[in-house]
Design a protein around this ligand. Structure first.
Ligand SMILES: NC(=O)c1ccc[n+]([C@@H]2O[C@H](COP(=O)([O-])OP(=O)(O)OC[C@H]3O[C@@H](n4cnc5c(N)ncnc54)[C@H](O)[C@@H]3O)[C@@H](O)[C@H]2O)c1
Length: 394
């Protein structure tokens, strides 16, 4: 390990999600050397640098101009993604971005072409697909335990209008439930079943927001979460499997979710892809329901000194960056949370919008490959480090 040089990295965007990212980039992943943080709000960047012991606070121009930084992690809100990623690619930096890739498909295509032209790595969240829950589910499918996949069903709900009162970025493009949350389900579905060929859908917009919280809302403010906030879609995968998707952001916030994959030999209940852990359950014709033990590490447990921490279940944020950093150092392709995966996720989500708006089936154009991580390496139970990072190397 000591002969491998770490990838010198900067974080752009020091808001809410940066807490768990920065902590993990400093403590959890060997391959990353986090040397700088940056935010339009310099105070936010200074606060995070002081809290987590990051050497430098930089402006975005300084990050772009720095010879010292190879990789930039984009943790700004979705509407800023395109500009930040483009600037960093043009400056010759590898880039990894939180979801959504961008809020516009043409912009995402342009960024993929730019990264290809410059020979730079560009990775895209969600990286919960690299957690123990979804990786174990993939192993079950790859081992043939459910035979050939015939169909998949996913659903998730929230009250996105209520949530937009707390998280202001949800009032902008990318804030509707399919983009903000549905992307975890679409991302995991694609990772487990491969690319989608055809999309049909019906959908509804969000209601105009009505103030619900006493302290967060100003009664005079009015907005509507943009885009399609309820969507029912029928998918045909390239493999021939079919899929049924329901995302409802116009109902209550008591989230119910489901993710079931049906096959010729069995049925797999997939854990919640919004988190890193959760154990898959396998149903065979005469075997009842069996909980599958993890075949991989990174179960999302966020425990320090024996105590569960904030974001428990979500504790492995940054795994996608670390996996891409290993790809950079080993000179191999990034075939996990790749730009092609990010682009196809967008194409499917935006395809649902288009199909709902036009009443016509949408054919996708892009394809991607997603390899599983090397099995058999685990994180130490409850600890910050185990040997799980070995599963990210190759
Ligand atoms: N909050 C969550 O639970 C969560 C979970 C998973 C993923 N994400 C994703 O992470 C990203 C950030 O979410 P968040 O909740 O931390 O948002 P946030 O609004 O709390 O933070 C975003 C930060 O980016 C900064 N910023 C915006 N434009 C910038 C620019 N051009 N240059 C530098 N800084 C800029 C803002 O000043 C702000 O501090 C989003 O893409 C979101 O989808 C959020």
């Amino acid at each position: 390990m000591s002969s491998i040089s770490k990838v010198r990295t900067a974080v752009v965007g020091c808001g809410m999600i940066s807490n768990i990212y920065i902590r993990n980039l400093k403590n959890l992943f060997y391959i990353i050397d986090l040397v700088a943080v940056c935010d339009l709000n310099e105070e936010a960047a200074k606060r995070q640098a002081a809290a987590f012991g990051v050497e430098k606070v930089m402006t975005i121009d300084e990050v772009a101009a720095s010879d010292d930084i190879e990789l930039v992690i984009n943790l700004t809100g979705p509407v800023a993604h395109y500009d930040v990623i483009k600037k960093m690619l043009l400056a010759g930096k590898h880039c990894y971005t939180e979801k959504m890739f961008t809020t516009d498909l043409d912009q995402a295509r342009e960024l993929v072409a730019l990264a290809n032209e410059k020979g730079l790595y560009l990775g895209v969240a969600p990286d919960t697909v690299l957690g123990a829950g979804i990786q174990t589910a993939k192993r079950v499918i790859d081992c043939g335990l459910i035979g050939d996949v015939t169909s998949v069903q996913v659903h998730v709900n929230r009250n996105q209008s209520l949530n937009s009162e707390i998280f202001r970025f949800l009032r902008n493009n990318g804030g509707a439930l399919p983009y903000d949350v549905g992307i975890y389900y679409v991302g995991a579905m694609l990772m487990l079943l491969g690319p989608v060929k055809t999309i049909q859908a019906v959908g509804k917009p969000a209601p105009v927001h009505e103030a619900q919280f006493l302290y967060n809302s100003s009664p005079e403010e009015s907005w509507q979460v943009p885009g399609t906030n309820v969507v029912a879609a029928a998918l045909e995968f390239e493999s021939g499997a079919v899929g049924s998707v329901l995302f409802d952001g116009n109902t209550i916030g008591a989230t119910q979710h489901g993710f079931t994959i049906y096959g010729t030999k069995g049925i797999l209940e997939v854990p919640d892809p919004n988190e890193f852990g959760g154990q898959p359950e396998l149903i065979l014709p005469e075997g009842g329901r069996t909980t599958i033990p993890y075949t991989h590490g990174y179960d999302g447990k966020n425990v320090l000194g024996g105590e569960p921490q904030w974001f428990d279940g979500y504790g492995n944020r940054g795994i996608g960056v670390a996996e891409m950093a290993w790809a950079i150092r080993r000179g191999r392709k990034n075939n996990r949370c790749s730009k092609e995966y990010g682009l196809h996720c967008m194409e499917v989500l935006l395809g649902m919008d288009e199909a709902a708006a036009t009443g016509k089936a949408v054919e996708t154009k892009t394809r991607f490959v997603m390899e599983g991580l090397t099995p058999g390496y685990y994180s130490t139970s409850g600890g910050m480090r185990g040997d799980a990072e070995r599963s990210l190397m190759d």
